[in-house]
Design a protein around this ligand. Sequence first.
Ligand SMILES: [Zn+2]
Length: 135
Amino acid sequence: MPHYSPTSGLTPRCIHCGYELTGLRVDANCPECGKPIWSAPAQNESDSLAKKVQIYGVLSIILFFAFLGPLAALVAIPAFVFAKRFKLQTSDGLHASPMAVSAVKVGSRCAWITTILSIIWACGFGLFVAFGEFP
Ligand SMILES: [Zn+2]
């Protein structure tokens, strides 16, 4: 039997199944359960939610100015939905990464700006229709 002398006192173990991972690459998958070695599922999920909030939020603001106008508010809606889900998921004691928290902040701020701009745009358009000129 070959004997492995550990280089540190800590034996790396799979967070999912506890399988000993000594000598494996950190970006590999666990040979026992097949899950990625360095992943905390809850945090991964909140990270991907945070990314979605940011993408939809920023996208809505871009679309607003690009060509959609108030229709861009429709793209802001998923940003609000994912932001809410993110908050629910990180409220139960699971800590989100600082990166995810700031992504959600940026995304929901953008989504709010789009919503407010859309309302202003719609009001301006309403006045234009009503009075035949921009205010
Ligand atoms: Zn495992």
